[in-house]
Design a protein around this ligand. Structure first.
Ligand code: PNS
Length: 165
């Protein structure tokens, strides 16, 4: 069974993340979306909220049934071992993502040479998107309709507005 892990903060999940999940789901038997618990990143949303947004977004896509949503803390390679996966999936938007992603991929390979990082180039129409951009635009009253999965749009945008008041 080919299992891939798609790790990240997902604070919150965007349409760009969902696009990567959909495309990865076609390439692997199972994709585990691994939400990092690390509180030092000071996420706006709790783990439960972030997980819930991902689950709802995944469920809103017909046929997307090989996705599992889970939490992880500590080293990603340790999590990979526990879940019998050797493939990390990451989305790449710009050249500017590359430096940091390249460093993480090499670090993970240094920690375990059998672990491969597979980069998927984000769909052009979502290439400008990030969770931080969504939070900023929304908190300043901008329209985030095209940025968030439809099923979570109202809840997430209301919460962002409330929490950034
Ligand atoms: O969505 P993000 O914030 O870019 O995700 C970053 C994440 C969670 C993938 C990265 O910080 C991570 O893998 N953290 C786990 C700690 C770890 O394994 N560090 C060594 C590899 S850099």
């Amino acid at each position: 069974m080919r299992i891939a892990v798609y790790p990240g903060s997902f604070d919150p999940i965007t349409k760009g993340h969902l696009d990567i999940i959909k495309r990865a789901s076609k390439m692997f038997d199972k994709v585990i979306v691994a939400v990092v618990l690390n509180p030092s990143k000071h996420p706006m949303f709790s783990f439960e909220e972030r997980r819930d947004f991902i689950v709802k977004s995944v469920e809103s896509v017909p046929g997307l049934d090989n996705i599992e949503v889970d939490a992880f803390e500590g080293l990603l390679v340790d999590y990979m071992h526990k879940h019998n996966s050797k493939i990390i999936v990451k989305g790449l938007r710009f050249i500017s993502d590359f430096e940091y992603e390249f460093q993480m991929a090499l670090t993970n390979r240094k920690l375990d040479e059998d672990i491969e990082t597979m980069f998927m180039v984000t769909c052009y129409k979502y290439s400008y998107l990030s969770s931080s951009i969504v939070k900023e635009v929304c908190s300043l009253g901008g329209d985030v309709t095209d940025m968030l999965p439809e099923v979570i749009l109202d809840t997430v945008s209301e919460e962002i507005k409330k929490r950034t008041k």
